[in-house]
Design a binder for this molecule. Structure first.
Ligand code: 572
Ligand code: ZN
Length: 360
């Protein structure tokens, strides 16, 4: 009898199917994982709704999902860092390891990276999945599989904070309180930022942001004048932010970030909006406001895991919904329509809690 390898495959716009796939073969340096938890990311929803993000177009059926954890089911011949039964967080982007970007440690910039569920590469919302063993991170016994999956968005937040030099005493503005904005908030707290103000257009998200440690929140209305918003940020924070982290990407958000940041501060661009936006670049430049780019993350998984493991970071509150892989369509509907205050929707490829520390 063949093994159940139920898999979520995106065939094109609004065409997400569950189907059986053969068990993947593994290379010598890979492990076969029995997948456990997979979070839905905004990019997964984009590929479902638009069939593309920029030049990355779903031209052939693609397995969706990249925020994930699993249990080692089989190891390749040359794997020494893992054994069967290990519970792991899966870093979804495997770079070439040979180019100058990889050699310099900035492997997120590798032009040859194979990133799960970025076309044309398959993701891992499936029951069995093969991955490079050195991009799997063993979870300590007390860390749950869901937390393992959340190491991915958390790594984005940590990378953004590191790129902006968030640290002790810094006042931070975070634009956008979705999963990435909230991850940046959690990361900034863990790096001893002084006060953090976070914005969003959805009040529920700001409520959660408060629970996660934001000193101030700012509910933004769509048609609000940006100079009024700058004033509000400064009034609430008591000063201009040293660092603004734009997790939104919309023009209005990037503009507010540049205008609100103190002279000599920096704006970190995490959110991806349209490829070209109009911003007050020269007004920012003449105040020596640095604009810093972010592309995913590199070298953050180990730190993210350490912070969750030692209790300095708690990501569990980000999870608002749980679904079984057989309910993938409902899970995506919940994520895309922000149903019931959805922040992070988690899909379980193994029955929930089966691989988790007990008691729950
Ligand atoms: O978890 C990583 C991640 N990265 C995202 C989006 C969602 N999740 N990015 C935005 C889209 N870009 S991209 O360069 N691209 C589709 C490869 O436009 C990557 C980073
Ligand atoms: Zn993502």
């Amino acid at each position: 009898m063949s093994v159940d390898n139920l898999t979520a495959v995106l065939y094109g716009i609004e065409d997400l199917r569950l189907e059986q796939r053969p068990l993947p073969e593994i290379a010598d340096d890979q492990v076969l994982l029995r997948m456990d938890s997979v979070g839905i990311c905004g990019s997964d929803v984009h590929y479902l709704v638009d069939g593309r993000i920029g030049d990355f177009i779903v031209k052939n059926p693609m397995i969706i999902g990249h925020e994930s954890s699993g249990v080692v089911h089989k190891i390749g011949k040359s794997v020494t860092n893992l054994k069967v039964g290990d519970r792991v967080a899966i870093e979804p982007g495997v770079p070439c390891r040979y180019c100058s970007d990889c050699k310099e440690g900035r492997y997120n910039l590798c032009a040859h990276v194979i990133f799960c569920a970025t076309p044309p590469h398959d993701g891992n919302l499936t029951r069995y999945y093969a991955h490079a063993a050195d991009f799997c991170y063993k979870l300590p016994g007390h860390v749950s599989m869901e937390e393992g999956a959340l190491m991915e968005p958390l790594s984005v937040g940590i990378h953004a904070c590191r790129r902006g030099n968030v640290g002790f005493g810094k006042n931070v503005l975070i634009l956008g309180a979705g999963p990435i904005g909230l991850s940046a908030l959690i990361a900034a707290k863990s790096m001893s930022a002084e006060n953090i103000i976070i914005t969003d257009i959805i009040a529920d998200r700001l409520k959660l942001a408060k629970e996660l440690g934001a000193a101030h929140t700012l509910l933004v209305k769509n048609d609000e004048h940006e100079d009024d918003l700058v004033k509000k940020v400064h009034e609430k924070l008591g000063c201009a932010p040293d660092i603004s982290i734009d997790c939104n990407g919309r023009q209005a958000s990037t503009r507010l970030g540049i205008k609100a940041t103190k002279s000599g501060g920096c704006v970190v661009i995490v959110g991806n909006g349209p490829p070209e936006v109009t911003v007050p670049l020269i007004a920012g430049s003449t105040r020596e406001v640095d604009i810093i780019g972010v592309f995913r993350y590199c070298n953050e998984y180990q730190y993210a895991l350490e912070m969750v493991s030692n209790g300095k970071i708690d990501v569990k509150k980000l999870i608002t919904h749980h679904f079984d892989i057989s309910e993938t369509k409902e899970a995506f509907d919940t994520a895309r329509y922000n149903r019931d205050g959805a922040i992070k929707v988690m899909i379980h490829c193994t029955p929930r809690n089966e691989n988790n520390p007990k008691p729950f």
